[in-house]
Design a protein around this ligand. Structure first.
Ligand code: PLP
Length: 384
């Protein structure tokens, strides 16, 4: 096919480029009516820091020492939030990279020990990044069944373990239902059998510590080896900002390759050149908000979540599970859910549909306001 759009020989004027950008921007959706995404507007201070450190490259961190200090402090702050201020890790591009790296670390270790065939066990609700992991790391990913509350069934996990099992994954905030797996039970099994345990808290990591109800899910559980948590979701940072943490530094060594011509001896990140701006943005927003600010954001999201659920119940629509965090899934007869989703989309809402059971999925991110929930409920009532 012939390319119709090519780079011109001569550049355009600044005004012309700006107007092209405006035109493209108008085609993007604003977040206000988006209820299908786990991303949101970054906090203003995160955007400020991002711009300030735009050119900073953490892939060659000896050149950007200030940025590197911020990354190290982000790891300490998030480690402390998750029960271990001495955790080791780095600011990644998001949950996918963090999950890949955690499993890659244990895969590499076991490969050195002579294991060639390996498997990990994940809940059926695991994020699709684990399908990528199976492909990239050439390991089997076994899917454990769920209980009636859509948490992983620990008996199913145990039944899948064999002598080739190198890792287990528990999810603290499932992508589709916002449910928390029984991490404490998984941690006991991990400890007993000497199996690596990754907690995928990409979404829930910045939610669970601030909920009224207490859940055990982090490094305070001895069997937890690694945690994946995303500042670019509920951490109010800019995209891309994830974070991978390990209890032991030696797991970072499993990931390292030598970098002869750079300012550092080795590199353990998956990405080579990587954004220092993301680390700066995350540092700035965590410093600015503190735990109190993050808690306020979660409390507001949870208030609106409750409001949405009680409004839905009032019009005869029940949630699949009572929301644990700011993710609401609403039950409809299988044939009905697509019609409802389409009708809502016609009214400008962006919603999504879960796989099993099929349900309407709504994520109540910080861009959702009380007025938004009221308008949504009015539309839902009409559509239903
Ligand atoms: N893990 C969980 C639980 C998620 O919800 C997501 C994304 O929604 C990911 C991992 C992947 O994160 P990312 O899209 O930032 O790579």
């Amino acid at each position: 096919m012939e390319h119709k759009i090519k780079m011109e020989e001569r550049g355009m004027s600044r005004e012309a480029v700006e107007s092209l950008l405006q035109e493209k921007k108008r085609k993007d959706l604003a977040y206000e009516k988006i209820l299908s995404s786990m991303c949101t507007y970054p906090h203003e201070i995160a955007a400020y820091a991002y711009k300030m450190f735009l050119e900073s490259n953490l892939g060659d961190s000896g050149l950007f020492r200030g940025t590197k200090e911020m990354e190290d402090e982000v790891i300490r702050m998030i480690g402390a939030l998750l029960g271990n201020e001495k955790a080791f890790g780095y600011v990644s591009t998001g949950g996918t990279e963090s999950n890949i790296q955690a499993i890659r670390a244990i895969r590499n270790r076991k490969r050195k020990e002579g294991l060639s065939e390996m498997n990990i066990i994940v809940p059926e609700t695991a994020h699709f990044s684990f399908d990528k992991i199976a492909d990239i790391l050439c390991i089997e990913v076994r899917k454990a069944a769920l209980d009636e509350q859509l948490r992983v069934d620990v008996n199913s996990v145990e039944s899948l373990i064999d002598d080739k099992t190198i890792g287990m994954v528990g999810i603290a905030g499932t992508t589709e239902f916002g449910q928390i797996d029984p991490i404490k039970e998984l941690s006991v099994i991990a400890k007993e059998k000497g199996i690596f345990l990754l907690v995928d808290a990409a979404f829930g990591g910045f939610v669970i510590p601030f909920l009224e109800e207490r859940y055990e899910f982090d490094f305070s559980l001895e069997g937890v080896s690694s945690i994946s948590i995303d500042p670019h979701k509920m951490g109010m940072s800019t995209i891309p900002a994830g974070c991978i943490l390990f209890r032991e530094e030696s797991y970072l060594d499993e990931l390292a390759v030598p970098t002869p011509y750079l300012t550092t001896k080795g590199q353990f990140s998956l990405i080579g050149t990587r954004s220092g701006a993301s680390a700066a943005a995350t540092y700035a927003v965590l410093k600015y908000l503190g735990r109190e600010g993050l808690k306020e954001i979660v409390s507001e999201c949870m208030k609106l979540t409750r409001m949405l659920v009680s409004g839905a119940k009032a019009i005869g629509v029940s949630p699949v599970i009572e929301p644990v965090m700011n993710v609401v899934t609403l039950s409809f007869p299988a044939a009905e859910v697509e019609r409802v989703a389409n009708a809502l989309e016609e009214r400008g809402w962006r919603v999504s549909i879960t796989r099993v059971p099929k349900a309407l999925r709504l994520v109540i991110m910080p861009h959702v306001k009380e007025e938004t929930v009221k308008l949504f409920l009015e539309d839902l009532a009409e559509v239903v």
